[in-house]
Structure formats: structure tokens, C-alpha cells
Design a protein around this ligand. Structure first.
Ligand code: SAM
Ligand code: SF4
Length: 334
């Protein structure tokens, strides 16, 4: 699909649940999200049908996200079926990593082409603060140690790993050089994602990517831009002297990244959204359950893709205009 600004739309992010086993300060309300009856969520069958339709429209890369995708039962089996859809060439997952070891056990082999693990700090106390978990909430090597074990396991399986870190003033600025240092000895990518003013992220102070870059350069030396391709998204990648892996920046707010946006987003309840900052989208669940044919679904998806805005409107939020994004990233899938 090509939208009215000439952008090729070939990437779909699918949220398979709004629920999560963490309550990150920038994403979820402290009390969690309202319980959604199972019937309100798309079944895996329904998602697979939509993916087959969208593959016919040129979607060839899929990201599984949430909420925390690994809290939904049967997600490994779903991914295995997703991979068999003709035209789907790449399936990746974004997770907080807590259940990733179990996912690898269940998968019994390599079933994803990449794993993004969201991790904002290596310090156990700050991990509790950012994720709103009580210190000691995880016993028997679970929690942060389990995430780090899963990271190593992914690497030993040969799965490309990206670590996503959201720098937040007053929470994890002291950890940023340490997070970057994971890429010193490990061949993975550490990405710093600018805090976006969505949901509870609206009340926190971002640390702009340029500031993080300057901090890393003071500690590790000058960064050299990396021109190779490392993903499907808007990140810019760099090499630090002596590092085995790469450092990435997604400066979504300070620089914008919409010019080359290639994606659509499917919420767990079946709303297809044209943009991260969209308030509404196309209700595909009603179409699916109302007996729509594949041709009807194709037409609906194409219509929605045609509505993709030229850019997100986060800056409007920063400028204290009226726009307020009530819904956190757990709903949109990041
Ligand atoms: N639970 C999974 C995880 O944490 O990776 C997948 C869903 S989560 C919503 C996807 C990504 O969105 C995570 O990397 C998270 O850090 C990011 N995110 C959530 N809220 C954000 C915000 N307000 N600004 C920037 N990134 C945010
Ligand atoms: Fe859960 Fe991911 Fe949101 Fe954290 S960022 S609360 S792990 S959905």
C-alpha cells in the first residue's frame, strides 16, 4: 500500500492484549487497565485472517506487542501460524522480558526474527520504581535477573536483540551510560526512546535524545553514524568506540520521524489505527464479526491506510494545546 504522501505501508504492529504484568510509570495507570472481556479482544483466528488479508495488500513485516504480549496464553502457537501466512516475511516481538524464557521454552526453537526487550535500568531499586513493582516482588531469580538471562538466551539462539530504554528525568538518568554499556561487550543494540506524552507519560519529564547522546559521548567518546539497516523503524544508529553492538535513538518528539512512516497499528480489540497519536481508527472487529468478506476487509484497510496523517501531533501536546492523549502506550502497542 502507498498512502497519499507516497509512503509505503508494509509494516503492521499488532497488540495482542492491553494487559501487563508491570505498571511502568510512563505507560500504565498504577491500578492497571480495566479488565476487558475475552470476547472484546480479537481471537488469534481473527488476527490471522486480518494478517492474511493485509499480506495481500503488501504488509510483509509484523511486530507482536501489547500490553505485555507474553501474558496472553498461546502466543507462541499464534506466532508459529502467523509465520506460515504467504507474504509475511518477518515477525518480531516487543516484550518486557519477564516471561521471555518461558516463551522460548514453549516455542521450542527460533520462531521470531527479532526481540525488542524494554528495559530502563539495571539497578534493582530503580527497576522497581520505574515498573511500580515492590522491591522483592520477584523471588527465585525472577524479575530483572530473568530479563537478563532471557536476553543472553535470545543471543545464544542467534535472535537479534534490541533493548529499548526510555530516559526519564528523575528516574533513570544515572543508568543511561550503564544501559549503553550493555552494547560494549554484547552484539546487541541499545536504543534510547524519547518519552512520548501519551497516557501517564504526559506527567513525566523526558530527557531529549540529543542530551543522552552528549552524555554518552562524554563517557565513551565520539559516536559515528551507522548507515547499515537495523530495523523497520525510525531509529538512527551509531557506533561508539570499541563497542560490539550499536546505539540507537528514536527521537520521536524532538525530531519527529513521520516522513518515512511505514506502519499501521492493530489494537487488541481490533481497531486499526493509522498513527501512534490517533484517537480513533477503523473498527475491523465489527466488520469481521458482521460477516465481512475478504474483499470488504481489504477495502476497509486500504481506506484506513489512505487516512494516515502526515505526522503525529505530540508537539501540540508539548505546546500545551488542547490535545490530550488519554490512552497509554499499553493500548496502542508502542
Ligand atoms: N510490554 C511490552 C514492552 O514493554 O516492551 C510491549 C508494549 S510497550 C507499550 C512497547 C514500548 O513502548 C516499550 O518499549 C515501552 O518502553 C514504550 N513506551 C510505553 N510508553 C511510552 C511512552 N510514554 N513514551 C515512549 N515509549 C513508551
Ligand atoms: Fe507493560 Fe510494556 Fe507498558 Fe511497561 S511499557 S507497562 S511492560 S506494556
Amino acid at each position: 500500500m502507498i498512502d497519499r504522501y507516497g509512503r509505503i505501508i508494509d509494516y503492521l504492529r499488532i497488540s495482542v492484549t492491553d494487559r501487563c504484568n508491570l505498571r511502568c510509570v510512563y505507560c500504565m495507570p498504577a491500578e492497571g487497565v480495566p479488565w476487558k472481556p475475552h470476547g472484546d479482544m480479537l481471537s488469534f483466528e481473527e488476527i490471522l485472517r486480518l494478517c492474511a488479508v493485509m499480506a495481500g495488500l503488501g504488509i510483509n513485516k509484523v511486530k507482536i506487542t501489547g500490553g505485555e504480549p507474553l501474558v496472553r496464553k498461546g502466543v507462541a502457537g499464534f506466532i508459529m501460524r502467523l509465520r506460515t501466512i504467504p507474504g509475511i516475511e518477518q515477525v518480531t516481538i516487543t516484550t518486557n522480558g519477564l516471561l521471555l524464557e518461558e516463551f522460548f521454552d514453549e516455542a521450542g526453537g527460533v520462531i521470531v526474527d527479532g526481540v525488542n526487550i524494554s528495559l530502563d535500568t539495571l539497578d534493582p531499586e530503580r527497576f522497581s520504581k520505574v515498573t511500580r513493582t515492590t522491591p522483592g516482588a520477584f523471588a527465585n531469580g525472577q524479575g530483572l535477573p530473568a530479563i537478563l538471562r532471557a536476553l543472553d538466551r535470545a543471543q545464544s539462539l542467534g535472535i537479534p536483540v534490541k533493548l529499548n530504554c526510555v530516559p526519564i528525568r528523575g528516574f533513570n538518568e544515572a543508568d543511561l551510560p550503564g544501559m549503553a554499556a550493555l552494547a560494549r561487550t554484547k552484539a546487541l543494540t541499545v536504543r534510547f526512546i524519547e518519552l512520548m506524552p501519551l497516557g501517564s507519560g504526559d506527567a513525566l519529564e523526558p530527557i531529549p535524545g540529543a542530551e543522552v547522546a552528549a552524555l554518552l559521548e562524554r563517557v565513551y567518546g565520539a559516536m559515528v553514524p551507522y548507515s547499515g539497516k537495523l530495523g523497520n523503524g525510525p531509529a538512527e544508529y551509531y557506533i561508539l568506540p570499541g563497542f560490539a553492538g550499536k546505539i540507537g535513538f528514536i527521537n520521536a518528539v524532538s525530531e519527529g520521524f513521520c516522513e518515512h512512516c511505514n506502519r499501521l497499528r492493530l489494537s487488541s480489540s481490533g481497531v486499526l489505527m493509522p498513527c501512534l497519536s490517533s484517537d480513533s481508527g477503523m473498527d475491523l472487529r465489527s466488520l469481521l464479526r458482521g460477516g465481512a468478506s475478504d474483499a470488504d476487509l481489504r477495502a476497509a484497510v486500504a481506506e484506513l491506510a489512505a487516512q494516515k496523517p502526515p505526522s503525529h501531533n505530540f508537539s501540540a501536546v508539548y505546546e500545551r494545546e488542547q490535545t490530550k492523549h488519554k490512552s497509554g502506550m499499553y493500548h496502542i502497542g508502542g
